[in-house]
Design a protein around this ligand. Structure first.
Ligand code: PNS
Length: 163
């Protein structure tokens, strides 16, 4: 039987940490659906289409993954997809409380879908989309924390590509 996991997130933008989790996830699951949460109430730097473009480009070398967007409850979407699990990355202890709450709420909403946490590689332990945006906004070099497409697009967005 095919084991399917959903890897959900905002991916605003995708980082090397996200790519690392998908690579590790592929050793456990036959298919991973990388799904962007479409939340019109949340302000984002990149549109869903831009985020999708960057995700696809960043993960083009990995087999057995598909890409999608979803709205509403994650567990409903996971059920629709026939997924067995929700895949989430865990970095430092600071992630734990939020991830624990999310996983327990999702379990309460649907007991059949398990949350699987994978540790990111040590090099990505301090890499997050928000810290990357903050650094990039002020011209900080983020080239070794994000896929090349993201480095390019984030510089264009902040107008720091001319420096
Ligand atoms: O990358 P993020 O922003 O940490 O991802 C958070 C995400 C998308 C996994 C989470 O916000 C989510 O699943 N949202 C959909 C609504 C939902 O089901 N929330 C959890 C139970 S209330």
């Amino acid at each position: 039987m095919k084991r399917i996991a959903i890897y959900p997130g905002s991916f605003d933008p995708v980082t090397n940490g996200h790519v690392d989790i998908v690579r590790r996830g592929k050793t456990l699951f036959d298919q991973i659906i990388v799904a962007i949460l479409h939340n019109p109430n949340k302000e984002s730097l990149f549109t869903v289409d831009e985020r999708m473009f960057m995700l696809k480009d960043s993960m083009k070398g990995i087999s057995g993954i598909t890409f999608d967007t979803f709205g509403g409850l994650l567990v409903d979407y996971a059920k629709e997809c026939g997924a067995d699990a929700i895949l989430r990355g865990m970095r430092a202890v600071s992630d734990f409380e939020y991830e624990f709450q999310l996983a327990l709420m999702n379990r309460k909403l649907n007991r059949d879908i398990q949350t699987v946490f994978l540790m990111t590689g040590l090099r990505w332990i301090f890499t997050s989309s928000s810290i990357i945006k903050e650094a990039a906004q002020f011209g900080g070099d983020i080239a070794d924390m994000v896929p090349p497409i993201v480095n390019r697009m984030i510089k264009e967005r902040y107008g720091t590509d001319k420096n």
